[in-house]
Ligand binder design. Structure first.
Ligand code: ADP
Ligand code: MG
Length: 677
């Protein structure tokens, strides 16, 4: 049985088992599915075409018996001469004393190693007795630990394959294997370890890429289905007529993408299952409008709604815009950490006795002292900053509202499919009409005065600017000091009539609010700020965003900052001050100046940073695939997702014999279902 311990394999003793365990190989199956992490492909080329210092493969006849010298305790050097194309080539091999017995004069050998074209010498890293095979020589390379060598591991895998190979059974349904023309599981395992040629290897990799994606997608989608069906949500019977009236009262009509997302959310509210949805849309795509309408729908169903945001500034801003939007239609309260004393008591009472319809706030919202009367719907803005723990906290309070997560960080399609495979996702991928594209420029620091003159001109035209101060990593204090310095500098530089303001995270919240109000009212023209303005702040009259040290930010964050401008009908500008040292930094600046579309940008960001870094180390939680690569194998990922969807939707797993082994496999894998929240 493949589940037997690896010590059952011939030649694997306790010591080897210990080393294998450190490589996470415990069972025979672990060993058989321990695939090479790369393949070196060597082709025999004429000596005249070999490049100095390259890794090459040559084939020749040994003309002198090897001579062996020992030095140090365990070190040895074996040197011999081989004849290649009638020319004598010197070969040296380190620490392989045992090879002396195999390399007799006249024997044919194939040697792989580093080529020294000046001395006609090869430093051998790998050798094989006999002539090279017809086909290119494909050498699998495994990652090994302890005393293990690749050669030893290959030997054990070969033994395991001959003992257990016939037990490798297919799990994919025949239909898929046929229609994708992929090799069966057993053949593919052989080909991963001992590929006959490149084509065999390619097909084996294609098979496992698809298999990994399909199994992953099946798990995620099954999970999503089970989550839906096992968690009792509430069917919120909202009033469609009232909701439509509310929409009609807006000064604009919704974009198609807004309408589509809204309908998906309303569908969730109405259904008896609990909402588990992510709403994503680029900055300025109009998520707030969609949020407001769905909150309103919840109110018409007689429920309270809450909007949780990551910062106080945002909470205040959302509170204001919702208050304007709703007018008499709802009672909205603001609850943040800095609402204190009598005011706080009043608000808490209003929440408890159902006077408050909508509660806007920071995480203060889910503290113990807050007792909701009947909370039916929660929207969590900027979910990736906020963390996903909130729902659990709510649940611990005995609440089980529908929850909608919103994010303005466009998530690359690839990651959305994998990281949020167990969530429903709505995407607003369309901007309201009439938006002008923001012009993005990349400038050197010595042009700062010209930039300031440009700002002064725009301010004279009645517009406003943000200047994001230099960033010093991991030092909040220095960041603030920088902002303060820059603030004084700009105050001095600009004439009296240009009013400069200062914003940073450590300002008392009354002061923050005051500054934001003045900026919104155009009483402050130039706002110097740390990155606290990053998320969601909305001042449509601001048309210039200057970002210092732009090379220190990731693309997503730069895009977020840029999204603070271009919110009105005037032409806006984003000026990146950056002197990146490395290529990646330069590439980032170039991408920023060329790409306005957040989704496209997120794909680029993913390409530059890799999936693990995209969400930040801690929250990554990205699945690790052995063979598949989420970025390069995107097509296969999509195919697998569609297949998984079909499999789950049609219930074919339960009903079709052909799917029996797949079902069995999933049942085993999904025995963790009790961990569902
Ligand atoms: P987001 O929250 O996605 O960043 P907002 O909801 O703040 O975007 O919307 C940005 C601006 O666009 C707001 O001033 C809002 O009033 C306006 N807006 C939203 N939807 C539309 C629309 N369909 N047509 C025109 N303007 C819109
Ligand atoms: Mg917003």
């Amino acid at each position: 049985m493949l589940s037997e311990l690896v010590t059952e394999v011939k030649g694997v003793g306790d010591k080897a088992a210990e080393d294998l365990a450190s490589m996470n190989i415990h069972t025979v199956a672990d060993l058989l599915y321990y695939f090479p992490y790369r393949y070196d492909v060597y082709e025999i080329k004429p000596l005249s075409e070999l490049i100095h210092d390259d890794k090459v493969t040559i084939e020749g006849r040994v003309i002198h018996e090897p001579s062996l010298t020992f030095y140090g305790r365990k070190r040895s050097r074996l040197s011999f001469t081989v004849e290649v194309e009638g020319i004598a080539v010197k070969a040296v091999m380190f620490n392989r004393a045992f090879a002396k017995k195999q390399l007799h004069a006249e024997s044919m050998v194939t040697l792989t190693g580093k080529w020294d074209a000046h001395r006609l010498q090869i430093t051998v890293s790998n050798y094989k007795l006999g002539p090279a095979e017809e086909q290119a020589n494909i050498n699998p390379v495994y990652s090994v630990k302890g005393d293990f060598t690749n050669i030893k591991l290959k030997k054990i895998i070969r033994a395991a394959l001959s003992q257990y190979g016939k037990e490798i059974s297919e799990i994919l349904p025949d239909t898929y294997i046929k229609s994708y023309k992929i090799p069966g599981r057993k053949d593919a395992v052989y080909a991963m370890h001992f590929p006959a040629d490149r084509t065999a290897l390619k097909h084996a990799r294609r098979r496992f890429t698809y298999e990994e994606f399909l199994l992953f997608q099946l798990k995620m989608q099954l999970l999503r289905k089970l989550k839906r069906e096992s968690t009792q949500g509430n069917a919120h019977d909202y009033d469609p007529g009232k909701v439509q009236d509310f929409i009609n009262g807006f000064p604009f009509s919704l974009t198609n993408a807004q309408t589509k997302s809204l309908n998906q959310i309303l569908g969730d509210l109405k259904s008896p299952f609990r909402m588990n949805r992510l709403l994503q849309g680029d900055v300025g795509s109009g998520k707030t409008a969609v949020a407001a309408i769905s909150l309103y729908a919840a109110i018409t169903a007689g429920k309270q709604g809450a909007l949780m945001v990551p910062t106080e500034i945002l909470a205040e801003q959302h509170f204001q815009s919702l208050t304007e939007l709703f007018g008499e239609k709802a009672t909205i309260v603001l609850l943040t950490g800095s609402v204190k004393g009598k005011k706080r008591k009043e608000i808490l009472a209003a929440i408890q006795n159902n006077e408050a319809d909508i509660i806007v706030g920071t995480h203060a919202l889910i503290q113990d002292e807050v007792i909701f009367n009947d909370l039916g719907f929660v929207i969590v803005d900027e979910q990736h900053r906020f963390g996903v723990e909130q729902r659990r906290t709510l649940k611990d309070k005995g609440l089980n509202p529908d929850v909608l997560f919103m994010t303005a960080t466009p998530i690359p399609r690839t990651l959305a499919i994998t990281a949020f495979g167990d969530m429903d996702v709505s995407i607003i991928d369309e901007m309201p009409v009439g938006r002008k594209e923001i012009e993005t420029l990349w400038a050197k620091e010595n042009t700062f005065e010209r930039i300031l003159d440009f700002i002064e001109k725009r301010v004279a035209e009645g517009e406003q600017a943000y200047v994001i101060s230099p960033l010093i990593e991991e030092s909040d204090k220095l960041d603030i000091q920088n902002a303060v310095d820059l603030f004084h500098q700009l105050q001095e530089y600009f004439p009296e009539k240009v009013k400069v303001g200062l914003m940073h995270g450590r300002l008392p919240s009354a002061e923050k609010e005051g500054v934001m109000k003045q900026f919104a009212a155009n009483e402050i023209h130039v706002l110097v700020s740390t990155t606290v303005v990053e998320v969601g702040v909305n001042v449509p009259n601001a048309t210039i965003m200057v970002i210092y040290d732009a090379e220190r930010f990731g693309l997503s964050q730069l895009h977020q900052l840029r999204g603070r401008v271009g919110r009105g009908d005037k032409q806006s500008y984003c000026i990146l001050i950056a002197e990146p040292k490395g290529e990646v930094g330069k590439e980032r600046m170039r991408i920023m100046t060329e790409t306005a579309n957040g989704f496209e940008l997120s794909e680029q960001d993913l390409r530059l940073r890799g999936p693990g870094d995209f969400f930040g180390k801690k929250q990554s939680g990205m699945p690790e695939f052995k063979v598949a690569d989420m970025i390069h194998d995107y097509r296969a990922l999509e195919t697998a997702r569609n297949d998984a969807q079909e499999i789950i939707e049609t219930n074919i797993l339960e009903n079709d014999k052909e799917f029996y082994s797949l079902r069995q496999y999933l049942e085993q894998e999904l025995s963790f279902l009790d961990k569902l929240d």
